[in-house]
Design a binder for this molecule. Structure first.
Ligand code: LMR
Length: 394
């Protein structure tokens, strides 16, 4: 069966992760995979996570199955963090999944079950795995304009022109905050205009939220999403706890399906549980339990919020350090747009050859499309990185 089997091309982000690991140069800089790092290059276990894990270890009495859709207490805790009071609980269906990627996959499965010919529209550019999963599922997809490489900013005119041509019953996939790979986010006014357009056209929004708390604040990062939920009857939201709680390898994700009526929510809840059953039966519970503990305990929650704020500040400090250093190196404001963007990522206007030269000559690693992870920088490496970028992109 496998004699002539050919492996698919590796994911472009994970390939950089692999190449970086294999590079023996001691001064290498990893701006590749989207994980948070401290100033000394670690991806730590958050303090509140450690404390919650200790509690779970001491108090958990069974490892018996929970439920196909996961623990309702987890749905309420993480769902509450995301949606606040924006949606009546009886209009919600929820599914615990292995990571945000699991939530995205199950959301697409739900769309395919409900409307097999629906086209899913993704931003140009988007996280490469969005397209890869849709292709694997054989689902129709198209892209809408989102970002202008010429200005390194949101392509607002292109975005709204393209959204105005999306057909009824199609799906538009948006990034909740910290757009991956560009860091160019929507304003509240943009969310409002999108809500108006999509509800007029009968389009289903799907919002992928992997970086809540990494842009400007835990609440402000979801203000646009909550506004959207108040404007359209149905929304799919996929949530990752990988970055926000630093639970990468524990695989903690949540799919929220906001439905028009309580009856529809009950039916969708049944479908979601069935989709999990077909995939892996029960979702992992340990990380979900930890998130539930943190969000339900005032002290743990306060400590988690404080640590997350520190992470956000560090990312922003590195963003500004790079922009400042690029100003000095180029003697221009050519890279000033970096300051206006949010979260881990921005995208340098670099060709594949320039990205390759940065790797080969300077041991600086980024994704082939020029995406950099600002959390991969430290006060020690920001200047050197800026010098290399200025010379490679001159
Ligand atoms: C990224 O975009 O680098 C992260 O979301 C990690 C991943 O799975 O691609």
């Amino acid at each position: 069966m496998f004699e002539h089997h050919r492996a698919p091309a590796p994911d472009p982000i994970l390939r950089v992760m692999q190449e970086f690991a294999e590079d023996p140069r001691p001064d290498k800089v990893d701006l590749g995979v989207g994980v948070y790092r401290t100033a000394d290059g670690r991806t730590p276990v958050m303090r509140a996570v450690k404390a919650a894990e200790r509690r779970v270890l001491e108090t958990q009495q069974t490892k018996g199955y929970v439920a196909l859709a996961g623990d309702p207490a987890f749905h309420a805790a993480l769902g509450g963090l995301v949606l606040g009071q924006a949606v009546a609980p009886d209009r919600l269906a929820a599914l615990a999944t292995p990571g945000g990627t699991g939530a995205v996959r199950q959301a697409f499965e739900l769309i395919r079950t409900a409307k097999p010919d629906a086209t899913v529209w993704t931003s140009a550019p988007t996280w490469p795995n969005h397209g890869a999963i849709l292709d694997t599922l054989g689902m129709p997809r198209r892209s809408y304009r989102y970002y202008s490489p010429d200005t390194s900013e949101l392509d607002r005119d292109g975005l709204f022109q393209d959204l105005a041509s999306v057909g009824a019953g199609d799906v538009v996939l948006l990034h909740g905050c910290c757009h991956n790979p560009t860091g160019a986010d929507l304003s509240l006014a943009d969310w409002q205009a999108i809500g108006r357009t999509l509800s007029q056209r009968g389009v289903l929004p799907m919002v992928d939220l992997a970086y809540q708390g990494f842009a400007t604040g835990i609440e402000t990062d979801v203000a646009g999403l909550r506004l959207l939920c108040s404007m359209v009857p149905e929304v799919l939201v996929t949530v990752s706890a990988s970055k926000t709680f630093g639970l990468y390898r524990d695989r903690v994700g949540l799919l929220l399906a906001i439905c028009g009526t309580p009856g529809a929510a009950r039916a969708v809840q049944g479908s979601l549980a069935w989709i999990n059953r077909q995939s892996y039966a029960f979702p992992p519970d340990h990380g979900a339990r930890v998130v539930t503990e943190i969000l339900s305990d005032a002290d743990l929650r306060a400590d988690w919020e404080a640590e997350l704020m520190g992470m956000r500040y560090r990312i922003r400090a590195m963003r500004h350090a790079l922009a400042d250093a690029l100003r000095r190196e180029t003697n221009t404001d050519r890279f000033d747009w970096l300051r206006a963007q949010n979260g881990l990522f921005s995208r340098l206007p670099a060709t594949a050859d320039q990205v390759e030269a940065l790797r080969r000559e300077h041991a600086i690693y980024m994704v082939g499309d020029g995406r950099i992870n600002l959390a991969g920088l430290t006060p020690d490496t920001a200047d050197r990185t800026a010098r290399a970028i200025a010379s490679a992109l001159s």
